[in-house]
Design a protein around this ligand. Structure first.
Ligand SMILES: [Zn+2]
Length: 148
């Protein structure tokens, strides 16, 4: 950008009013008119995808039912024995072994200890959020950010 009075190239520009006409001038020329405001170059809003957080989540492995059944049999336990040992109803153990119900984390941990197997895995979830680099957020962006 250059000063409209002296032609000096600078980014430090001011909007002044010279006899009713707005001009963009440098710091040195600003006294030629009535100061209105500091000029801010309008940057084009750049969208930039930014990885804001990596969230880790604990999830039960896909083949949990097979792992449990196999381990239980290796320990020579019936479904009933297993149910008693982890303080669950037999129906819950049955559902789990049939793959109809994923054991909740707490139960999965008990089963892991008892049967010496691994049932839980850590799943990483990446959250990508789009933010306007300039900070000039549109209403839509603000709503999206507040929701998270
Ligand atoms: Zn100037």
């Amino acid at each position: 950008m250059e000063c409209e009075i002296c032609g000096r190239k600078t980014d430090d520009l001011y909007v002044i009013s010279v006899e009713g006409t707005q001009m963009l001038v440098c710091r040195a020329c600003k006294h030629h008119g009535v100061f209105i405001s500091k000029y801010r170059a309008k940057k084009t809003a750049q969208k930039k995808a930014r990885k804001i957080e990596e969230e880790t989540e604990i999830d039960v492995v896909e083949d949990y039912n097979e792992r449990i059944r196999k381990a239980r049999k290796e320990f020579g336990m019936e479904q009933e024995d297993l149910a008693k040992k982890v303080n669950e109803k037999l129906s819950v153990i049955k559902k789990i072994e049939q793959g109809k119900m994923k054991p909740p984390e707490k139960l999965a941990k008990k089963l892991e200890k008892l049967l010496k197997i691994e049932l839980l895995q850590t799943v990483k979830r990446e959250h990508i959020e789009t933010k306007l680099k300039t900070g000039a957020l549109t209403l839509g962006d603000i709503v999206k950010i507040k929701k998270k």
